[in-house]
Design a protein around this ligand. Structure first.
Ligand SMILES: *Cc1c(COP(=O)(O)O)cnc(C)c1O
Length: 236
């Protein structure tokens, strides 16, 4: 590897890291008797600039996650001009006043956690004619500082998203508490999905995506293991 130029970003081999993550996903899928094509890698590119993201696109990665509407609006229109068939997931908390921007920008919104937001998204879809697919985020650890609907309120929110707001609800998402065994949280999410007839489970990050795949994840959201450490870790 070339000596790093101190003026540039620290050298980080996104292509090799992406390949490594893909291999680990394939291995975990195989090990748990699942098909690798049933697990989608969402490459979480938040905080990283276009220069860091481009090699992943060139290596064929097509599904990306961002956690801030504003940041995604700055980065992705330019990248999408060169890579048309990208699918962009919003994985961070969403304020109702940004619902329209989110609907215009994202193909999948993973962070619906309250009826008011579901209503704002439905109105934005009506206005824009766009229909991103939707996930409900569940706060499986019942952490007060964390976004997501509480497990006991999940069924009602899911029903409201479908019946009252007519959203294309196709999945559930969770972020287990740090430092805890994530497996029970993944199992809890899976149970809520099963009893509501929901197909997709977005769970698992750099530290636990293999466990998530064994627990039935259809989407894993991996950032650090692909793009390297983030300079200013965002608390979500
Ligand atoms: C940042 C983030 C990720 C990726 O986390 P890593 O540990 O860097 O893989 C996944 N999901 C959500 C909701 C995030 O905010």
């Amino acid at each position: 590897m070339d000596a790093p130029d101190p003026q540039s970003q620290p050298a980080f081999d996104v292509v090799a890291s992406l390949a490594h993550v893909r291999e680990a996903i394939a291995w975990a899928a195989k090990e748990s008797g699942r098909k690798v094509e049933d697990v989608t890698l969402v490459a979480v590119s938040k905080t990283h600039d276009a220069v860091r993201i481009r090699p992943a696109l060139e290596a064929g990665q097509k599904v990306f996650g961002e956690n801030r509407v504003q940041e995604a609006a700055e980065k992705w229109p330019g990248l999408r001009a060169d890579f048309a068939d990208v699918t962009l997931h919003l994985i961070g908390p969403l304020q109702t006043n940004k619902a329209e921007d989110a609907v215009r920008l994202f193909d999948v919104i993973e962070s619906i956690d309250r009826p008011k937001l579901a209503r704002a998204l439905a109105a934005a879809m009506e206005k824009t004619g766009r229909r991103p697919r939707c996930y409900v985020q569940v706060n499986t650890g019942e952490e007060p500082q964390k976004a997501g609907v509480l497990p006991l309120a999940a069924d009602a929110l899911i029903a409201a998203c479908r019946d009252e707001y007519g959203l294309d609800l196709i999945g559930l998402m969770c972020i287990p508490p740090q430092g805890e065994n994530p497996a029970p949280h993944f199992a809890l999410l899976g149970g809520i999905a099963r009893r509501n007839g929901i197909e997709n489970l977005s769970m698992g990050m750099s530290g636990d995506f293999e466990t998530a795949i064994r627990s039935g994840a259809t989407h894993v959201r991996v950032g650090t293991a692909i793009f390297g450490e983030r300079e200013k870790p965002k608390t979500t």
